[in-house]
Design a protein around this ligand. Structure first.
Ligand code: ADP
Ligand code: ASP
Ligand code: MG
Length: 408
């Protein structure tokens, strides 16, 4: 008998019929003799609807109230799923994050899970019940409702699996696994049998929104076997696990992309010690995360400095940079919000040379201009104009031979 945590995302619980379908899948696991904890998201579109309501009231709603609001979506689905299970003679109990003590810090709208008191869940499992837990939410030390950031139900599921030492954490969604890239952009993308935690973490961090970044971090840290599967069709899905020495590694496992990027440039800054600090110090003091950075070699005693930030932070970053520019006596500041980042990810890169040049060749063949480049041990990222996103991803997907084979 195993203990399984199953998580169903918004599309999988999108209407009553789909909730009944989830109940049937839970029952299949129960009938096989497994104990099951189910984590559910809000019905698809519901979280966005709630955020939209808040936006009609206030441009900057109080984050505490935001969490009270958006956490309600998941409370609906836990109750409906428990009813569907009870109706079929499988005892189930639903719990909000507060009720099962998913304790978080107080960073409203992006809280982090600190610990979970597993006693209550364990008691229900021992009594033969299915435990249905609301994803995405927790409670802080003084009893405030918190939420874990968009896509946070993945993290709830992994955290429960870690706390209760589950045998597997299964993430059921609208695709049947992790693909070489987003199948919505490249229909010929291929499902991966397995991917390492390290690669999945890079993919998620670089924009693949199939799993919340923190859920992958958590699963890696606590060594929770994690599987992504479809709630609509049977199949093995994709197993995310530690790298095995015997596993033959493809050079590239996947391509991630991120549309939420913006680029800022300050031109004609006096080229002297402290430039980078003078520019990025105030940006970081404003809690804006900087991603890629380029400083050009100056010719006339001045230099140009370019960096990228999340598109939401762009207006704030631009204001700061204009101020910095005046202080440093720079020539001008400009920015671009119509850029995207495309990244190749693969642990096989460690032992293969030539990946970057092959990447640049494939992009140049399509006439795509690369605006910025950054590399690390298992990834290469480029910034290109937004209009080239689809073309660029498809060109790379085929250049690195990631398509489905005819036999698949
Ligand atoms: P859920 O609501 O179940 O949490 P999400 O929308 O968060 O589902 O995640 C599933 C989606 O992630 C898919 O529909 C797919 O478009 C997208 N996605 C992005 N990159 C990938 C990838 N590499 N493999 C599979 N799906 C991906
Ligand atoms: N309902 C939340 C969201 O839409 C959490 C989740 O689905 O994981 O982001
Ligand atoms: Mg999700």
């Amino acid at each position: 008998m195993a203990l399984i945590v199953q998580k169903y995302g918004g599309t999988s619980v999108g209407d009553v019929e789909r909730i009944e379908n989830v109940a049937k899948k839970v029952i299949t696991a129960r009938d096989a003799g497994d104990d099951v904890i189910v984590v559910v998201s809000a019905m698809s579109g519901e979280t966005n609807r709630l955020i939209g309501l808040a936006a009609q009231i206030s441009e900057h709603p109080d984050p505490r109230e935001m969490d009270v609001l958006v956490s309600t979506g998941e409370q609906v689905t836990i109750a409906l799923l428990s009813m569907a299970l009870n109706k079929r003679g499988y005892p189930a109990r639903s719990y909000t994050g507060t009720q099962v003590h998913i304790r978080t810090d107080s960073a409203f709208t992006k809280a982090r899970i600190m610990d979970i008191d597993e006693a209550k869940v364990r008691a229900d499992l021992d009594a033969g019940r299915v435990v249905v837990v609301a994803g995405f939410q927790g409670v802080d030390e003084v009893g405030n409702i918190t939420t874990l950031g968009r896509g946070g139900s993945d993290t709830t599921a992994v955290a429960l699996a870690a706390a209760l030492k589950a045998d597997e954490c299964q993430i059921y969604t609208d695709v049947d696994g992790v693909y070489t890239t987003d199948p919505r952009v490249v229909p010929s993308a291929r499902r991966l049998e397995r991917i390492t935690f390290e690669e999945m973490l890079e993919m998620a961090s670089l924009g693949s929104k199939v799993l919340q970044i923190r859920s992958v971090e958590f699963a890696g840290k606590y060594n929770v076997p994690l599987r992504v599967l479809s709630s609509f069709k049977d199949g093995p899905g994709t197993l995310i696990s530690y790298e095995e020495q015997t596993m033959e590694q493809p050079v590239i496992s996947g391509i991630a992309f991120n549309r939420d990027e913006a680029k800022l440039t300050i031109q004609g800054v006096p080229d002297q010690p402290g430039v980078a600090f003078n520019i990025l110090g105030p940006v970081s003091a404003a809690n804006i995360e900087v991603d890629m950075i380029i400083q050009n070699v100056g010719a006339d005693g001045t230099t140009d400095f370019t960096f990228t930030v999340h598109r939401n932070d762009y207006p704030k970053a631009l204001k700061i940079l204009e101020q910095v520019s005046r202080e440093l006596g720079a020539r001008e500041v400009n920015g671009d919000t119509s850029i995207v980042k495309i990244s190749l990810v693969g642990v096989g890169m460690r032992s293969h040379a030539g990946v970057a040049s092959k990447m640049f060749e494939a992009l140049s063949k399509e006439g795509i201009n690369i605006r910025m480049i950054s590399t690390s041990e298992i990834k290469i990222s480029v910034v290109v104009d937004e209009k080239y996103l689809e073309l660029g991803v498809r060109a790379l997907h085929s250049a690195f031979d990631l398509e489905q084979k005819a036999t698949e």
